[in-house]
Design a protein around this ligand. Structure first.
Ligand code: PLP
Length: 368
């Protein structure tokens, strides 16, 4: 393994300094929550090594929602670790996979670090960041180990419907490859939510997390869902070599949150929808940016219109240094600098409106 830091992490706002940013549109999760606001009481928690697969009651809650069994769930320290476990378990040097691009960076970078042979399923603005299943099929070879897709999609917020998910799963079964389905944003959706892919087929490996929809990235809790028992045993072996177990404190917070999820999550959904409508209104009133309207998640991926000539370094410099506004840069997702990821539900609503106006001002000032 040859590790290399990713631009998205090197340039992450937490490294740059939250205190230097007025409008933070670079985040990809819902507003960070406070323990006291959630009414979570950790009591006199025994600080033991927990169950290696994860707190049983937590696994039962996750499983029940997906229509799975607790044995089909492995709790991990965030979805990032889950993705690492899956990639290192299924791939070796020169092992083959098909992965959608753009994507959450780790979905591409970990296979790259392993030295895998990567075939990209390129999602393009011109086709609404969508793809045909026939197109995906052509990328699969007898050597392919898995297909890696993310829905709701990061960074674009686009979705597929259940019918398409079924077609993709049928393809994975026919070709005898696994489907790694990153469902980290599953609960944030403006259209019909997809079923958990792992509940449909033994060939599907679903990944999810407490970080994004619930605004709890600090507890580092995510999970793998999969019905293939032998594969789950391998995933457990990987987890045990990485960290043995999760933090019992993190697991307890996740458990108490999910126990009362209906109550705790309802305000998030309302806030995300409100912000989305504000952003949609803003996008329709301006002339410099174009976008594919998101259908889920809390991020979107607009671009500066092709006919506008601008200096990208100047644009980001003005945006950050003059207007203290931070967006996700195109190169974080291996796309050109016309693109930017806008996270529209982490900062306050008034900062979203102000930040978007700053984006427009910075484009004007960076025009050639
Ligand atoms: C699609 C997707 N998957 C996985 C992750 C990792 O999330 P975490 O490790 O915080 O659970 C992220 C974080 O941005 C993401 O956007």
């Amino acid at each position: 393994m040859r590790y290399k830091r990713m631009p998205i992490e090197i340039e992450a706002p937490e490294g740059f300094g939250y205190d230097k940013i007025d409008c933070n549109l670079s985040e990809s999760s819902f507003t960070d929550q406070r323990l006291s606001d959630l009414g979570i009481d950790l009591g006199d928690q025994l600080l033991l090594y927990g169950d290696h697969k994860g707190k049983p009651a937590l696994r039962e809650l996750v499983a029940a929602e997906a229509g799975l069994d607790a044995e089909d769930i492995l709790i991990t320290s965030g979805a990032a670790t889950a993705l690492f476990i899956v990639a290192t378990s299924l791939l070796e040097k020169n092992g083959q996979l098909v992965v959608a691009r753009p994507n959450y960076a780790t979905n591409i970078e970990t296979p790259r670090t392993i030295g895998a042979d990567i075939t990209y399923l390129d999602l393009r603005f011109e086709t609404n960041f969508g793809f045909e299943v026939g197109e995906l099929e052509k990328l699969i070879t007898p050597a392919t180990k898995f297909i890696s897709l993310t829905y709701p999609h990061n960074p674009t917020g686009v979705m597929i419907d259940e019918e398409k998910l079924m077609e993709i799963i049928a393809l994975a079964e026919r070709k005898n490859v696994f489907l790694l389905f990153d469902e980290t944003y599953r609960d944030m959706c403006f259209v019909k939510r997809l079923p958990v892919a792992a509940s449909i087929s033994e060939k599907a490996i679903s990944i999810s997390s407490m970080s994004k929809s619930y605004g709890l990235p600090g507890i580092r809790i995510g999970w793998i869902q999969c019905r293939d028992k032998a594969l789950m045993e391998t995933f457990l072996a990987a987890k045990e070599q990485i960290c043995i177990t999760n933090s019992v404190l993190d697991e307890e917070v996740a458990y108490q949150y999910l126990l009362r999820k209906d109550k705790l999550f309802t305000p998030n959904t309302a806030a995300i929808r409100r912000n989305f409508h504000i952003l949609k209104g803003f996008m329709s009133r301006q002339k410099l940016l174009e976008w594919v309207e998101p259908q889920g998640g809390c991020v979107c991926f607009p671009r500066i219109r092709k006919e506008i000539s601008f200096d990208s370094a100047r644009f980001h410099g003005i945006l950050l240094n003059k207007y203290a506004t931070y967006v996700g840069k195109g190169h974080w997702f291996e796309q050109d600098e016309r693109y930017m990821r806008i996270g529209y539900s982490w900062d306050k609503t008034e900062k979203l409106e102000k930040g978007m106006m700053n984006v427009i001002k910075a484009i004007e000032e960076a025009r050639l």
